[in-house]
Write a protein of this length. Structure first.
Ligand code: ATR
Length: 261
């Protein structure tokens, strides 16, 4: 989706540029990064499995990306390669659209403790949200993520079962695992019986646009958000790092939606 999305934004802004994909093998990552400078490439996105390892190959890392421990965006700033992480910021921008600008006082629950959860958890904490609990299949992984967070938080780990029973405690529930993603669209990480009416349930999956979790949450009277906003905003924020221009959200979103059918 990213090439289509970014190329539509380049065209819209009259920028003579093209976003293309390269498949980089692990052992060739240092050469690929050197190539950015040699070829005069203005910026890149980095995806799984290179987001962590790439950090040691850059000239500078933005503090938030350093805290998260992963880079998804590199900008070539006058010959210096600077690493950023727009995943969490993209999520937070999207969440503000659904929940309003004042996120600080909301109590939140994150489901999952992988790379996406980490970016979202740390970025929310860095944005001033104080109550962010975490639930995950593997407790140790979640606790490690929570303990390493450099921002002050009032945060507890809950088992998936406890989280299901306590869902009514949360204003915002954020689903970050791959459960429910195409083609396993019937799966859901958690039962929503205890959901508070009017709460927000945000699932970072965008294929399908409505996961089984979101469908059930909507039936319980929750406001739901799919992963499209996060995907588009992380891209828009990367685009801004490369060009200095914040692109049209609606043009990028429509391009992705067209592709998703
Ligand atoms: P990403 O970097 O995309 O977030 P990841 O690091 O593989 O992906 O993390 C996947 C998340 O989904 C984890 O929280 C994982 O739980 P564990 O830490 O217990 O592995 C969760 N997850 C994936 N498949 C799962 C499943 N079938 N049941 C429960 N949790 C699952």
């Amino acid at each position: 989706m990213s090439p289509l999305m970014h190329n539509s934004a380049f065209e819209d802004n009259g920028i003579n540029a093209e976003y293309v994909r390269f498949h980089v093998k692990k052992e060739q990552l240092p050469d690929a990064i050197r190539g950015i400078k040699a070829l005069g490439i203005q910026g890149v996105n980095v995806t799984v499995p290179h987001k962590e390892h790439v950090m040691s190959l850059l000239d500078g890392i933005d503090p938030l990306a350093k805290a998260i421990g992963a880079v998804n965006t590199i900008a070539n700033e006058n010959g210096k390669l600077i690493g950023y992480n727009t995943d969490g910021l993209g999520f937070v921008e999207g969440l503000k659209k659904a929940a309003g600008d004042r996120l600080e006082n909301k109590s939140m629950l994150i489901i999952g403790a992988g790379g996406a959860a980490r970016a979202i958890y740390y970025t929310l904490a860095s944005s001033g949200v104080r109550k962010i609990d975490v639930t995950n299949r593997t407790p140790g992984r979640a606790v490690k993520m929570m303990d390493a967070c450099p921002f002050p938080l009032d945060s507890s780990f809950l088992t998936l079962e406890a989280a299901e029973n306590e869902l009514h405690e949360y204003d915002v529930i954020i689903q970050t695992t791959s459960i429910g993603m195409f083609p396993h669209i019937e799966d859901s990480p958690i039962k929503v019986n205890a959901l508070k009416r009017g709460s927000i349930v945000s699932d970072i999956i965008y294929n399908p646009l409505e996961t089984s979790l979101l469908k059930q949450a909507k039936e319980k009277g929750a406001l739901t958000q799919n992963g499209l906003d996060m995907f588009v905003y992380q891209g828009a924020l990367s685009f801004q790092k490369w060009t200095g221009i914040f692109p049209s959200y609606s043009i990028m979103r429509d391009t992705v939606l067209q592709q998703l059918g």
